[in-house]
Write a protein that binds this ligand. Structure first.
Ligand SMILES: Nc1nc2c(c(=O)[nH]1)N[C@H]1C(S)=C(S)[C@@H](COP(=O)(O)O)O[C@H]1N2
Ligand SMILES: [Mo]
Length: 347
């Protein structure tokens, strides 16, 4: 694998970043910048204000540090960088001191089966995929069902940068500076009914444009689900960008879920529908292979996949393997959600 990957490491980002991303970046940064400057700062609490101070450059330890979950403005560097074409991140490492995975790797090595099963082939097949206009319908067991277009999402919900580890069930991992907002904010907006217990997500279905959706064997469209309390958790975000630019199509443009303590397949891309439901929803992977991919899919080094160990992982762009952390390193924040549950049964 590393031989293939070294190809990306030697490529200048400006050579492989789709041009439309450069053009929309300015607009994107402006839009979210207005909200950072005009809305987020005056309204923020003391703890949020503290988090606006950049983290120390020194390596921090797991025991004393907190994840970068509080808002970090993403627009303050607009046009100050000498090369505005280069995607940028406000925060250069995660809360454990791990460096960001380079932009070329985050966007050049992706899983998006609607296009292809080849991780390095997605970007080329996705390059003409239209993500504007885009609507996300939010309904089901809610008092105020609504359809948001992308501009609504960007304007209504202050966008912040979140540096999260991403751990794929296949045992590779990355550190990604997402731009987005807590899913809880959107859910509060539609007012879930008391009977709502789960949230179901659905990806776009356009088989004419997505060659993978014409292949048999998968029950398209891609769907995923979370328990309502997982969906409301502060760490759960809808991402609209990464490295300060709008999401590239291959990473799930224009809006995708990110649930950092779960295996990557829970983080469904290119969402068009969100539904509050009473029963645990079916998911694509647990439908295809129920004994391999459970509904919960919490990162757990102690529960092996039936075909491989989950005890360690390869951080893309690094050599060697590192131990996988329970809940992908977010146990302190999320373990309480699963108190009393047998995590081998609910895998
Ligand atoms: N719609 C859709 N969402 C998806 C996938 C997919 O194939 N289709 N792949 C999943 C898997 S297996 C992973 S690991 C992550 C990868 O996200 P990334 O490519 O942005 O790193 O997206 C997830 N979301
Ligand atoms: Mo994955």
């Amino acid at each position: 694998m590393s031989r293939n990957l070294s190809r990306f490491l030697s490529v200048n980002p400006s050579e492989i970043t789709p041009e439309h991303i450069y053009h929309t970046r300015r607009q994107f940064m402006k839009m979210i910048g207005v909200w950072v400057a005009g809305t987020l700062l005056p309204a923020c609490t003391v703890s949020q204000a503290q988090s606006l101070v950049p983290p120390p450059a020194t390596t921090t330890t797991a025991a004393t540090s907190r994840p970068s979950v509080t808002p970090t403005p993403v627009a303050t560097q607009e046009d100050k960088t000498p090369t505005p074409m280069t995607p940028n991140a406000q925060t250069q490492q995660d809360e454990l001191g791990n460096p960001l995975t380079p932009y070329e790797l985050v966007t050049g090595y992706t899983n998006f089966y609607e296009f292809t099963m080849s991780k390095q082939g997605v970007a080329a097949l996705a390059k003409d995929f239209k993500t504007s206009p885009w609507e996300v319908t939010v309904g089901g067991l809610v008092h105020r069902p609504r359809t948001f277009d992308l501009e609504d999402l960007l304007k209504k919900f202050p966008q912040e940068e979140r540096v999260y580890r991403m751990r794929c069930v296949e045992t590779w991992s990355m550190v990604i500076p997402w731009v987005g907002f807590p899913l809880s904010q959107l859910l509060k907006e539609v007012e879930p009914m008391g009977s709502a217990r789960f949230v179901r997500f659905e990806s776009v279905y356009r088989p004419e444009e997505m060659p993978g959706q014409r292949m048999p064997g998968f029950p398209w469209p891609y769907q995923e689900g979370l328990r309502l309390d997982e969906a409301m958790h502060e760490l759960t975000i809808l991402a609209t960008g990464l490295y300060g630019v709008p999401l590239p199509v291959q990473n799930g443009a224009p809006v995708r879920l990110v649930v950092p303590w779960k295996y990557g397949f829970k983080s469904i891309k290119s969402i068009v529908k969100i539904e509050l439901v009473e029963e645990q929803p079916a998911t694509l992977w647990s439908t295809v292979a129920p004994h391999e991919y459970g509904f919960y899919a919490n990162v757990n080094p102690e529960v092996p996949h039936p075909r491989w160990s989950q005890a360690s992982e390869q951080r893309i762009g690094e050599s060697g393997r590192r131990p996988t952390l329970p809940f992908n390193g977010y146990a302190e924040q999320v373990a309480d959600l699963y108190r009393g549950m047998d995590l081998r049964q609910y895998f």
